[in-house]
Design a protein around this ligand. Structure first.
Ligand SMILES: N[C@@H](CCC(=O)N[C@@H](CS)C(=O)NCC(=O)O)C(=O)O
Length: 206
């Protein structure tokens, strides 16, 4: 059984998507960021930088207990454990890694800055607002161009798509709109329609 520590944020949806897609047995453990639950001594042992998501796999390789934070590392681990959505041949895997790292290191991180400065910050601060609006639109254009000649970002549907989806869904669709990005919209809608994704974006199980 895998314990998944998470909350309702872009990164928080990522392991839920992968756990639902793979069917790996798991339990959701909400970490209420509004109440600063991520700062508890117990959670800091699992995620030293007080960030969700994190997982504890009580049935890791050789029976080991594996504790992991960082969504990219979690995706790779679950991909290897399940043998799904993470190709084993080295060339395909290298391309999935490229887009996985772009997704977790660049796309999500900069989208979070957009969320902070453009969506949530109550003050009017034109320079960062203009900057991060342009940054997000540029990244949406990058993905749209790429998806013009690729069904998914790196070969078949994979963890590289899953890492990008939450910020396209939250900021691309809801804050900017995808009418100027038709290839990205096609990709987004195909992923959104998957039953596992619908489950992952539903309420936390009681
Ligand atoms: N690079 C990390 C980023 C995780 C992250 O930013 N988590 C945020 C929520 S989306 C968080 O836990 N923030 C709480 C805090 O920093 O105290 C990953 O990909 O997992």
């Amino acid at each position: 059984m895998i314990d998944c520590y998470t909350w309702m944020t872009d990164n928080g949806y990522k392991p839920r998507m992968m756990l639902e897609e793979t069917g790996l047995a798991h339990k959701i453990i909400p970490v209420n960021l509004r109440e600063k639950a991520q700062m508890s001594p117990e959670f800091l042992k699992i995620s030293p930088g007080h960030k969700i998501p994190a997982i504890v796999d009580n049935d890791g390789p050789g029976g080991a207990t594996v504790t992991l934070c960082e969504s990219g590392a979690i995706f790779k681990y679950l991909g290897e454990k399940s043998g799904k959505f993470y190709p084993s041949d080295p060339v395909s895997r290298a391309k999935v890694d490229q887009w996985l790292f772009y997704g977790s290191a660049t796309f999500t991180t900069l989208s979070q800055q957009f969320g902070h400065w453009v969506v949530r910050n109550p003050e009017k601060v034109p320079q960062p607002q203009k900057h991060y609006d342009a940054v997000l639109r540029d990244m949406l254009s990058t993905l749209d161009r790429h998806l013009g000649s690729n069904e998914f970002v790196a070969g078949a549907y994979s963890i590289a798509d899953m890492t990008m989806y939450p910020d396209v869904h939250l900021h691309g669709v809801k804050d900017i709109g995808l009418s100027e990005y038709p290839n990205l919209k096609r990709w987004h809608d195909a992923i959104e329609a998957r039953p596992a994704i619908q489950r992952a974006w539903g309420p936390f199980p009681a």
